[in-house]
Ligand binder design. Sequence first.
Ligand code: ZN
Length: 236
Amino acid sequence: MAMFADQTALVLFSGGQDSTVCLAWALERFGHVETIGFSYGQRHHVELDCRQEVLRKFRTQFPQWAERLGEDRVIDAGVLKELGDTALTSDAEIKMTEAGLPNTFVPGRNILFLTLAGALAYRRGIRHLVAGMCQTDDAGYPDCRDETIKATQLALQLGLDTRLDVHTPLMWTDKKATWQLAHKLAGDELVELIIEHTHTCYKGDRSQRHEWGYGCGACPACELRAKGYEAYRLSL
Ligand code: ZN
């Protein structure tokens, strides 16, 4: 019996590895699950195609999830591209900035996404958001940190005057543990789906297939995914 069998969750679903595992996690716990994605001129817009394919596979390969999986929405967050020149929304080289962060950092992105998701949840009468932010093993993005998410949750609860819980099941997992969680949730079938259909590469490269999936193999996101997968395989 699912933990929140009578409740609905809204999952921030990008089509990447982490949010796909979060979606599976939510489908194991909630009676009904809806998804929201954002289009913001991301360089790896291929992610948006991947997310449709992942949703389609979830519906066809996992009958126990298909019946719980509800509406999907993609929201235009193109204002982020308008605001700034980061490596994820332009063709700039990926490098470190003076602030000590990679220029793949999109300022305000996760706070904006949680706010938009919170607004949709409010409209839909949904009290649970599920998001894939991760403080461990990540690029040091300050808007992925637990404190930032907790503070944003509080701001949403106060600003919407409603009970809204933000669940971040991957906050303290590393990439190896994320693969392990996928396996625990639905075995090799989910692991293979993630390898084949989710997207992580910052450069949007899907021309090269590695044992851990598609990507350039050299950007920080590919390196992290490859390293995590190798550690996961060794742990089997
Ligand atoms: Zn890459």
